[in-house]
Design a protein around this ligand. Sequence first.
Ligand code: 6LW
Length: 506
Amino acid sequence: MRTYDNPVISGFHPDPSVCRVGEDHYLVCSSFEYFPGVPIFHSRDLVHWRQIGNVLDRPSQLGLPPDAPASGGVYAPTLRHHDGLFYMITTNVSARGNFLVTAERPEGPWSDPVRIDVPGIDPDLAWDDDGNCWCTTSGNQVSRIDPLTGAVLEGPIPVWSGTGGKYPEAPHLFHIGEWWYLLMSEGGTERAHAVSIARARSPRGPYEPGPANPILTHRGTDRPIQSTGHADLVQAADGTWWMVLLGTRPRGHTPEFHVLGRETFLTPVRWVDGWPVAGPVEERHAAPAAWHPLPAESSRDDFDGAVLAPQWISPRGRPDGSWSLAERPGRLTLHATGPTLDRPGHTFIGRRQQHHDCRIAAHLDPTGARAGLSVRLDEAHHYDLEVHDGQASVIARIGPLRRCVAGHPVPPGPLTLEIRVRTADVPPPTVTRPGEVDRERTGVGGHGPDTLAFSVHTGDERVLLAELDGRYLSTEVATGFTGRVIGMYVTEGSAAFDWFDYEGTA
Ligand code: 6LW
């Protein structure tokens, strides 16, 4: 039997919403304070996904204030296709509230935003047979809107409060046969997260709760996938039904830490007596019929293209003048815009950490700059491997504490920086010449979820500067809705990155 492994989109990719057009599926996720916003993926089989762009790729569409807090910005989106047009509706909690954009092609270009003045977050769109557009938001409030002008024509009508869990949210309304099904989540996005359902003959209600709510939850279990919820439904071209949802994979000693953010999982759905039944979500399931593997993508970006690949993101924006692929062709040149990674406004271009075990390396010319690689949860939680003035340093920022934990002289000119992330039970790497690693001081060897090892290559030599406990770059410590992002930065002068390599192991 052919199987697939969960998550189907790993790393910080929460709040998935999916739609199908013919044989093609498209999926979007939340992006919070990062630019560009709302990554969009394509798949033929719901298992293998390729990012084809970002829906909100113009600063004017995104409207992120420069001081938007971490985990502010763009919350859960819904993606739908209706009458030849793609619709993506979401909430910018830091600026404009609920809005939608449309496109003829999922790759874009997407329109300018149309504001929808409905209360709540997690907006959903559904159409009835008369062409009315129904927008449902958290608290399960249903409004009839004009999606082209944003006018609210009726409502909001509060239709169902769920089964009693906190935060009834993530509603999605589906017209299936004679029924309108309201799929929603409750219990909060943490370990008690659950998916429940109700149905009615009309979007306005009255709604009858499902007989087996919650229809999916992992609360109180020792399953490796936790916090399952915020789900969306899709029917594949062969008639089978599937659910995409978010979940986490905590690691380490109690209370356990998740470091990759909330990820996107896929699970089959059965219909029993007119109600969908889903879960539990396994690490491995029988695959959908339309098996369609993708060609392997290179893990290395040589910065040879004219545009940045869609996985590269920056906190709050990427101002013109702060970066260039043209200035030194074949290199990504970064110019400092802020003096510290500890506050918004700095120059950082990174990608999501998508594997518990991975190796990240970058080759840069730091001459005259203060630049390096950083693993970040937010401005108050990051580990940096930095080069400045003939010295490579490892800096840990954990909440209010900032400390340089290691330093090593480096010769002038280009060099390679390397970060290895390993789940905690994997033995440390062997190095050509160990630097000074003070395990007591850095906390490695405890019960954290993983270990981050920071090295610098000069010529043939690799010098390990420090190993740090990964728990301080987890959501349980930092709080919030995002996950680890690893990237290149400069906080003084300008630095040119020749390549960036991300290699994940299962
Ligand atoms: C999102 C809410 C949730 O808006 O977390 O897990 C919030 N669900 O539905 C942020 O992702």
